[in-house]
Design a protein around this ligand. Sequence first.
Ligand SMILES: [Zn+2]
Length: 504
Amino acid sequence: MIRRDRSLPFAAAIAALLPGVTAADEASTAARLAAIHQDPPALRQFMREFPKGGDLHNHLHGSVYAESVIGWAAADGRCVVLATAQLGPPPCDPAAGRPTVAAAISEAGTYERLVDAYSVRNYERRPVSGHDQFFATFGLFFPGTVGHEGELIAEAAARRGAENTVYLELMQSFGMSEAASLALATPGRFAPGREAAALAGDPALAAIAREAREALSRYEHTWRERAGCGTPRADAGCGVTVRYLAQVIRTLPPEAVHAQIVLGFLLADADPRYVGLNLVAPEDDRHALADYANQMQEIARLRQRFPKVPVTLHAGELTLGLVPPEALRDHIRQAVEVAGARRIGHGIDVALEDRADELLATMAKRDVLVEINLTSNAVIGGLAGAEHPFLLYRRAGVPTALAADDEGVLRIDLTNEYVRAALTYPLDYADFKALSRNALAYAFVPGERLLTDTRTGQRIAACVGSSLVPEQATAACRAWLAKSEKGRLQAELERRLEAFEAAH
Ligand SMILES: [Zn+2]
């Protein structure tokens, strides 16, 4: 029986205006969420099945769980320094405390210690901060992932698929260490301030870009093979549309960062699988702080050469006390106003920036989305609940979407972030639909948007009143969908939302 809740007339009224969505279905689903919004186990079930448009902030290496890395390292004959948990290539030396991973994990307690070392599991019990534990993990486990890039993608995609997510943008650094090495080997070659056209035409960098694209083809082939895509045993990841963001390590010397930025633009310009770029690594690192303004300027200069390549930036992932107050004044503003970022990752220090209200108004006006990473911010930044500016952004009309960030290292998944948001903030079902839809509306996958309003679900004129099932859509809507890759993904999400509401 469908329950009608008189407390939700707005959602029902909106739904009544929309074709394909039954007002009663949406109202009863909204009532169900209202009834369980402080019930974590029930919320977990609800949110796991709730259709999520996408995950726009997700690092490939950070999304893999330690257990996978340890398994690969053991099978590959890799070694581990017992005192530090550092993985590395053979030959191993058990007498010097560097046995094979396979031998090490046969000793009681070692497997568990390695899982802790490659993640923030049990970080509260350790003498280091969440911040330091988090960032220390990558260097320790990275050697265990080499040669398993396709499996990394497979794990990230499968988890999103199992959580009913349509789209995933993965940050990864394919080719970036080669670009950085090229810059460091030939000083002056990527000197900041050099003309963008000359940088973009560098033949050695072009060769690195070619190899990175070919490598991605190999990795995707491995992913689809392992996942059984196209066969009856296909896993849930096969149904997820995966695109990539070139991630630049911002803590390296300026020319090495610059070469990586150029590589990111080259990849996104040439290859539709690469949809944009981002800068990563601790923003509070002393080199990253010193070079921040220059990095924003270099992105601005290259955007003039590659105006169609969208940029999202980790900006304002800082807190008072982590850095001097002066470093909190304008990182988000520079990312938006100088570098032209269309999305901001984290942005947790926004209230500490100069003229924060004006900045928020600018972000709302320019339609800059903030990728919200609640667990990441709680563990790394110690920022949670009312301290987090999630609601501040929303009140200012800045679009937001929930993301998993480094879910493997953080020991979470995307569902957890929806549950966390529901338990922490006064959000109703319409809010969650908008958050889910935003994660596609603001994706960098090309094409016009199907929805003119992610809250109400209002569609572009060509598809009003039409079914969104391709074979059943009106001719006008079908023609429109054929032209927009993003629109087709959004149609898929709308169909999944209808199915979810009919079942809940
Ligand atoms: Zn991140």
